[in-house]
Design a protein. Sequence first.
Length: 212
Amino acid sequence: MTVRSGGGEWLYDLEGHDGRVYATAWSPDGRFLATAGYDDTARVWDAAGGRELRVLHGHRTMVSSVAWSPDGTRLLTASYDNTARIWDPATGAHVDTLTGHDSAVSQAVWSPDGSRVATSSHDKTVRIWGASHQPEVLDGHGFGLYTLAWSPDGRHIAAGGIGGTSVWDAERGTHLGRIDGPQRVQSLAWSPDGQWLATAGDDHVRVRRLGP
């Protein structure tokens, strides 16, 4: 993976993964990078010069996503081994494993306040994890899910995959409906004010207004 300046100038390459790098994320303070790869590992890097600091072993197959907690003290990974894991990026220690999905976990994200975790899966569900290990299961989409995002205010979760994008009330777990197209959503993002949702997949990006 290559890191460049805002002007496109090459800075350095991150070399260490054995195979394709699937995801990357900056730490909230910009001091570190985390990456996820097909070699079943996640890695933590010094963003100032690209030095590898930690290799996180534990997943049994490819790591599909990586996310920093809002305060930067925890790292969250998702994997096709049907689990998500929480790590201490300062030491590389494994903190917790989230189990329950029946198929590959495509993405895992923190809530905006860092108190909860949401995971999406090919098993057609989203799960919300709090302090206990009894997740709330959000269903209703009906197809495998590839990506998800929490709204900036923490009130809604959107998840996309085959068949478009679904939106849930994150507090009540209510399925609010499915937005058709693109038919295979690979990525999505809320606008900072939470009024708009952009979904990407197939050969186009679609932007919809969801707020009042």
